[in-house]
Design a binder for this molecule. Structure first.
Ligand code: KIV
Length: 287
């Protein structure tokens, strides 16, 4: 059954919520089959699929292209489209227009955006347009230049209190959930107790309402030299598996082991004699 926004709100008191990023049709199918609750078409697309160094350069059009691929698979998961950098940082009108593109053209169910106090008016405007919003607090990668890199946030009581105030603000504005990234577990636990909407953690410890990981981190679709963040758990080593498969393909083609008859089409009505005669004809034509 399709997961809805009200269902996500209910899950806070029922069980842990799972969220996974996906950026294409086959991954969307797999995530849905695994009965994950939410697909996030994250702006992490910029790094894990498009090869950028950070999330800042991915555009609305690029994000939309991938949201469409994900929703074409008709997953049962709630599909949340991540608003890219500068798609919601100017006017409220522009932010609502961009959020609505994800709903109308991308067929997403909701949008996610980073920030608290600074984004109050924008979040209010998007929710007024009947678009469900997932917030994102703590280590917000789009603010990496302001934060001086990817640094754990809320490490003093003063900063943790500020985070709590922002979480309460998101709840008051009507966000249906939020991502909490890169904060001490003890801080995440208090925020989770104090707000009524689900908090989905990444690098926020175990005592939150659910967990999200980036798909390519989880399946290990990363070359050896890539160093995972502390919060990543690899559940597979797909990069190595894929390299092995490609090496086997190369070897079999070079040694004429692949393709076999099994992978080839039969002659149909063409006999061996037909081929012999045909070759003679061709020789005449070409001479
Ligand atoms: O873009 C993304 O993948 C995210 C998750 C890390 C929450 O924002």
């Amino acid at each position: 059954m399709k997961i809805t926004v009200p269902k996500i709100l209910d899950l806070k008191s029922e069980r842990q919520i799972t969220m996974m990023t996906a950026y294409d049709f086959p991954t969307s199918k797999a995530v849905s089959e695994a009965q994950i609750d939410i697909i996030l078409v994250g702006d992490s697309l910029a790094q894990v699929v498009l090869g950028h160094d950070d999330t800042l350069s991915v555009t609305m059009d690029e994000m939309l292209h991938h949201v469409q691929a994900v929703t074409r698979a008709k997953p049962n998961c709630l599909v949340v489209a991540d608003m890219p950098y500068m798609s919601y940082h100017n006017t409220k009108e522009e932010a609502v227009k961009n959020a609505a593109r994800f709903i109308q053209e991308g067929k997403a169910d909701a949008v996610k955006l980073e920030g608290g106090f600074k984004r109050k008016d924008i979040i209010e405007a998007i929710i007024s347009a009947e678009i469900p919003v997932m917030g994102h607090l703590g280590l917000t990668p789009q603010s990496k230049n302001m934060m001086g890199g990817y640094k754990v946030q809320g490490k003093t009581l003063e900063l943790a209190t500020e985070l709590l105030e922002e979480a309460v603000l998101l709840e008051t504005l009507g966000c249906f959930s939020m991502v909490l990234e890169g904060v001490p577990s003890v801080v995440a636990e208090v925020l989770t107790e104090k707000v009524s909407i689900p908090i989905i953690g990444i690098g926020a410890g175990a005592n939150v309402d659910g967990q999200v990981l980036v798909f390519h981190d989880l399946i290990g679709m990363k070359s050896k030299e890539y160093i995972d963040a502390k919060f990543v758990k690899r559940y597979a080593n797909q990069h190595e598996e894929v390299v092995k498969a490609l090496e086997n393909f190369k070897k079999e083609v070079e040694n004429k082991v692949f393709p076999t008859e099994h992978h080839s089409y039969e002659a149909g009505k063409i006999t061996e004699n037909d081929v012999k005669e045909w070759k003679k004809e061709i020789k005449k034509i070409l001479s």
